[in-house]
Design a protein around this ligand. Sequence first.
Ligand code: XUL
Ligand code: CO
Length: 434
Amino acid sequence: MTDFFAGIPQIKYEGPDSTSEFAFRYYNPDEIVMGKRMDKHLRFATAYWHSFAWPGGDPFGGQTFERPWFGDTMDLALIKADVAFEMFALLGQPYFCFHDADVRPEGKNFAENTANLERITDYFAQKMEQTGTKLLWGTANLFSNCRFMAGAATNPDPDVFAYSAATVKTCIDATHKLQGENYVLWGGREGYETLLNTDLARERQQAGRFLCKAVDYAHRIGFKGPLLIEPKPQEPTKHQYDYDVATVYGFLKDFGLENEVKVNIEQGHAILAGHSFEHEIATAAALGIFGSIDMNRNDYQSGWDTDQFPNNTPEVTMAYYEILKAGGLTTGGTNFDAKLRRQSLDPADLILAHVGGMDICARGLKAAAAMLEDGTLEDRRQERYAGWDESGAQEMLETASFEDIEARVREEDINPHPKSGAQERLENIVNRFC
Ligand code: XUL
Ligand code: CO
């Protein structure tokens, strides 16, 4: 046991009237929501990188956090792991996620990196066994080290492609060893700054071949979980190739991977792409590639990836509404890819940020479930499309040519009258629930 969280009690559900900071007011893992336990709906995960590896820097200043495990040695990496698992236990957090670079010291070459990763993930395996915490997903950090500054799979240098492929292999191995339920690929620097030095078509091919090899390897070792691409439109590069869900779908189709790979959708990235979170979720669900979510918001004014914990119930409600309609989270989960503000220095800040985020998600989930159970919204939506259920409409869609349709419009003197979309009435209904 470390003393990092000394004095902080186990966080328990106390109900909406609780005035304790160190308690859940809405997240009650045992509560049944639409026939399923709340914890099984939400499948919360902590992001190792923001909570334990991020020093508090921003573009104008460096480290603000003093953490006893900061430093690049194996001993410190083990202390970091101890603290991380203590936090998961205090929160009752069922899952965590990590990149290789968050958890192991950087070695002098690939072989040393891999040995370090194996050692620390063996330690994780013991901790997971002791605490029951599970791995939602693992991933490779192919963006922080300067070797990746011009991309990983899309790099103009084939040696970087090789180094990246070998690294992803070791990270899939580590995820598989820890029975991770998904494997994520966020294209950190898979994009470009200027076309003046970039062969866009070639880079896209490289990314496609890389992903095919990752899928092939995952199959061959019997990794069960889906591979997930995390779309993001820009940052760090000006033009990221995995712009948004629709772009990723086009890319997957191009390489025949649309039934192999799904998406991990991050709220902040959706906002950066000019979409709402629920738009991205609904798009993925409609295309059959919805996988998991990163539940961290961006600031609407800053316009960059601020990775804040969620604190807006109506927004979160609409996300879970689309998730529930899509059949819920299956292998996916709700990962807090969120970091503290850099002035939030105390261990208690780290715990309470998660408590707040978990409570907001629980409120959103309950509101979304209540909206679905009430059924008014879905009834109104269906009524809006009722004309399409009539046989003539379906026949037109399936078999009629433009000439047939023109003939029918003339014959029946079809003369449509606009109907209200009733948006404000629908918004009023939503506001009854959250
Ligand atoms: C970056 C981001 C990553 C991915 C995993 O914006 O969201 O942390 O979630 O690499
Ligand atoms: Co993310």
